[in-house]
Design a protein around this ligand. Sequence first.
Ligand SMILES: *Cc1c(COP(=O)(O)O)cnc(C)c1O
Length: 430
Amino acid sequence: MTPVPDIVPDLAPDLAPEPVPDSLAACRRLDRADPFSALGRRFRLPAGVVYLDGNSLGPLPRASEAAVRRATAAEWGRLLVGGWNAADWIGLPARTAERIAPLIGADPDEVACADSVSVNLFKLAAGALALRPDRKVLLAAEGDFPTDGYMLQGLSRLRPDIRIRSVPRHEIAGALSDDVAGLVLSHADYRTGALADISSLSRQASAAGVLTLWDLSHTTGLAPIGLAAAGADMAVGCGYKYLNGGPGAPAFAFLARRHHEAFANPLSGWMGHERPFDFAPGYAPAAGAARLMAGTPPILSLTALHAALELFDGLDPADLLERSRRLSDLFLARAAPTLEAHGFTCVSPALRQARGGHLAFAHPQAYPVVQALIAAGVVGDFRAPDLMRLGFSPLFLSRADVWTAADRFARIMETGAWRNPAFAEKQRVT
Ligand SMILES: *Cc1c(COP(=O)(O)O)cnc(C)c1O
């Protein structure tokens, strides 16, 4: 992969970078003085591991562990079916959506917490087409997260009258023509981490009569997002990445209030009905974004996510992004000699303000290098075709962690430890 052109988002705070500490002791000194450091203790992380994959699966918040234990033993175990009322399981999707709303610049009734990103994207894209019946194109970016494209392909098989048009990410603004019903775009590129400018693209799309559907999977809980202020129409996002909701945590969907009345959910299940327990034969949608729900909510997963979201109380996403960037600045500075000596190319934006929460480095042997790193206690991931991807989650990583990761990376490259044939064996999940 080659580096992408930078697009500088309006919303990214442009604070002066912290001078990069020059020793492990200096990292520890800065960590001790940093109020963020206390947040790390609210996670359960294995000792000795530097976890640079919170952008793929956030680690376990202690609060989630306790909440799931309570929901199984005290609620499911004792209340049985009565838990829907007595423990308010039925209200849990809305209570969870309420905690997500401020992180994306939305009101609680504009957010639903349900299903997966893929399924929510399908519901919203289908609904967007119905809101723009005279337009037949969905515009997307080449190289966006594959499931988004797969879902649009499935939708286009049901709607043979529509077309999916994919253009390079930096050409999106120029492709907002009057046949486009909706723009489906990731806020952060899942490979390079490059941020798109939600604010300016949403404004340009609105001016062209195009509905926006943002995929916020790689930025919710990491970066400031102002959906309402930007005039965005729709969005989806992930519960198990920076939100730390656990493996397979429910996703969320945003629908701007101005579309509530007209929007029709194509997956019109009973949990999106205005009165599911009337058991009426005809469908009538619930008010607000709650109409985006379809089936019975996964209460144990929602419990974990709801508790994990407590960690964001009182935090400003602009501070989270700045902290993440300080950590990635430190990695870039400390790992520079290794990266250069061993032929790694950084494909993430060179411009700090265009950077999201992770860095990606192209290298022909990225797969075995990542496996060797994991064996050395530095967990990152490999993304096809040739990327080593390292995430700098702001909630639980310290400067000392990042320093240690860069040192272990240097050792693996210098000793050639990554050449061990065991590291070349591909696993089912990468
Ligand atoms: C992680 C991620 C998804 C995941 O989708 P699911 O259907 O929830 O598995 C989708 N889109 C993007 C951009 C992602 O990063």
